[in-house]
Design a protein around this ligand. Structure first.
Ligand code: NAD
Length: 480
């Protein structure tokens, strides 16, 4: 664990959180009697205790005091993020404006011994709450470790109907070294400068439905801290002509593959001290998602509930990661869970393995101010670290869902938070909202289900009782 061993070494904002001064809290109310012994983990623990109960201003303040947000970040957020459409005009075509998603932070994550604040851009209620709650539970009973296996992404060059496969194989073998050098000099020099670049080539052959043979050349490259899609596409396009000239074959198309099984990210959770029955239930739920594609689809959706919001917040290509994750989940011919949970020696062990190819440079990651801000909040200095965080959050999100599903069910927690949306959808005013929400919570705990209709009825009753005049309900704005 990264430690901040002495109060002397803490930054000013961190020190102020320790003494509680700028939070309006005294030393004793934070219970920090021995500051010298406080490490970064404890500091984050203190700062995020009760975080969800704070109002927006207090949340800003606390993140500023931790050094996670700077004064200019706060200004930017307070103004509502990007306002001018100039940036959007550069990104896409036929721009009308922005679609704004809520940006929040998941707390209590300790990954590979280091505490993180996780920015998540997402519209779905309960994802951030579940991630934070489960991360806290994992922190109490276990650890999260991560690793990246492999470094290369894959570009594909297709020869739809190869005439002489053996000759193509021979030509590639003879020229591979020269072509790799040429590609690294002419197309991928930016990657070479950073320790990456094109590495090797592998020819595959595929039997076509018409009995002919298709050949596919895989070109491997290390994209360093970029996702590398544009780079590898250019590499493959460049190689098209020399390949055709030397082999006499016709190249049909060139494009990267999102099924990057040559660079996989793995996360692992180990927890001890849990009830045996709970661990066994989670193991059974995991087996369900391994054996049944109908369950696997929803299980993996839950995992991506944790991953996609980070990808969106950091300006990464979430469609690419989704496509790669789903393709990897079906690699043995059946669509399966990306995670596996088992119990060994009274320890709950969970693992997630997936191609989570992300960048901290390239694409819009350094162009979109919100993406730059999210990368700063995470404090990541490499694409691999971002990928490992995604794997960790995905696994934690999966655990949170499995824990809920195998105990109280997912409805209770989810609907409790969804009540806010229902209240809004029924058209409650700020004044009416707390009363309607409270009544809906009572209905939920009694009936174990709740709908927009309930919210509309509760609101009507309230208005009748108080003889309040309020705007017409707008029941179309939420789904039940
Ligand atoms: P990019 O081309 O914008 O940036 C990569 C470049 O950044 C490299 O050429 C390199 O010179 C430079 N660079 C600077 N510092 C670097 C560092 N530390 N490490 C690595 N490179 C560094 O982006 P990209 O990553 O090649 O492509 C990502 C974009 O491609 C995304 O916007 C994605 O949506 C898009 N895309 C995706 C697909 C797909 O997934 N199927 C297909 C086409 C395009």
């Amino acid at each position: 664990m990264e430690t901040v061993p002495s109060n002397e070494k803490l930054s000013e904002p961190q020190r102020s959180v320790l003494d509680g001064s700028s939070l309006g809290l005294s030393n004793s109310s934070l219970g920090l009697s021995n500051l010298d012994k406080l490490d970064k983990g404890e500091l984050y623990q203190k700062a995020f205790t009760g975080f969800s109960k704070l109002n927006l201003r207090q949340r800003y303040l606390r993140l500023q005091e931790l050094g996670v947000l700077k004064t200019e970040d706060l200004e930017f957020l307070r103004q509502g993020g990007i306002t001018s459409t100039d940036l959007a005009e550069n990104f896409i075509e036929n721009v009308l404006g922005y679609f704004q998603l809520p940006l929040g932070v998941a707390t209590h994550f300790v990954i590979d011994g280091e505490p993180y604040v996780i920015p998540m851009a997402v519209e779905e209620t309960s994802i951030i709450a579940a991630a934070s709650k489960t991360a806290k539970w994992v922190k109490e009973f276990g650890t999260i470790s991560t690793q990246v296996m492999g470094a290369e992404i894959i570009g594909q060059i297709q020869f739809a109907k190869v005439r002489d496969l053996n000759n193509l194989r021979k030509v590639i073998k003879e020229n591979e070294a020269t072509w790799v050098s040429e590609l690294n000099e002419k197309v991928a020099s930016g990657l070479v400068r950073r320790g990456g670049g094109v590495t090797r080539m592998v020819l595959r052959d595929i039997l076509r439905p018409d009995g002919l043979t298709m050949a596919v050349l895989h070109v491997y490259a290390n994209p360093c801290d970029a996702m590398g899609a544009n780079v590898i596409n250019q590499v493959c396009e460049y190689l098209k002509s020399p390949l055709e000239i030397k082999s006499g074959e016709v190249v049909t198309m060139c494009i990267l593959s999102n099924l990057v099984d040559s660079k996989l990210t793995k996360s692992r959770i180990e927890m001890t001290g849990l009830e045996t029955e709970l661990m066994e239930r989670i193991e059974e739920a995991s087996l369900f998602a391994h054996c049944d594609p109908y369950r696997a689809a929803t299980n993996n959706k839950g995992i991506l509930n944790g991953i996609d919001p980070i990808l969106i917040a950091t300006g990464n290509d979430w469609r690419a990661v989704e496509a790669g994750a789903h393709a990897y989940a079906a690699q043995d011919g059946q669509y399966r869970s990306l995670t596996k949970w088992s119990v060994k020696n009274q320890t709950l062990i969970g693992e997630l393995t997936a191609p989570l190819i992300v960048g901290i440079v390239g694409g819009v990651t350094q162009l979109h101010p919100m993406a730059r801000l999210s990368l700063r909040i995470l404090g990541v200095d490499s694409a691999n670290k971002l990928s490992r965080i995604c794997a960790a959050v995905g696994l934690v999100q999966n655990l949170g869902a499995l824990r809920a599903l195998t105990t109280v069910g997912i409805i209770e927690g989810h609907m409790k938070l969804h009540i806010r949306n229902l209240t809004l959808g029924a058209g409650a005013t700020d004044r009416e909202s707390p009363i309607v929400q409270k009544r809906l919570e009572q209905i939920l705990s009694l009936q174990k289900r709740i709908s927009l209709q309930n919210a509309v009825e509760v609101l009507n009753e309230l208005r009748l009782k108080n003889k309040l005049v309020a705007p017409e309900p707008n029941p179309t704005s939420v789904c039940t």
